[in-house]
Design a protein around this ligand. Structure first.
Ligand SMILES: [Cu+2]
Length: 128
């Protein structure tokens, strides 16, 4: 009886280890081929973007989650004198803002009120 019991227990114990290992990170494989474990969400805190640079694939979306107590923007471009045409969240201090990147390239963005404090980010989009 004992060997039978052990062969039943082992597969379940092994599955438990796999499940525990999978719970540790919430990285999703939606950014295939890129080096980081970026999960598609950039945290907007006082006064920085985390991560400040991230890599995705064309067709992927990025969600910015506003977690700071101050209001911030997610504005495409290199700075307030050179805003881009693609996206601008407007001032927010809660909720999320999303944008889907359809073409390859390096896209810089910044926070309008905190650009001078270095609140800037970059999304690098790999082509198909
Ligand atoms: Cu800001």
């Amino acid at each position: 009886m004992r060997p039978v019991t052990l062969t039943w227990i082992f597969p379940f114990a092994f599955a438990g280890v796999l499940l525990a290992a999978g719970c540790g990170e919430d990285a999703s494989p939606t950014n295939g081929g890129t080096p980081a474990v970026f999960n598609g969400v950039v945290r907007v805190v006082d006064n920085q973007f985390i991560p400040a640079s991230a890599a995705i694939a064309a067709g992927d979306s990025v969600t910015w989650r506003f977690e700071g107590s101050a209001s911030h923007t997610v504005t495409e471009g290199t700075g307030p004198t050179d805003p881009g045409p693609l996206f601008d969240s407007g001032l927010r201090n809660s909720g999320t803002f999303g944008y889907r990147f359809t073409s390859a390239g390096t896209f810089q963005y910044y926070c309008n009120p905190h650009f001078a404090q270095g609140m800037r980010g970059t999304i690098t989009v790999a082509g198909p």
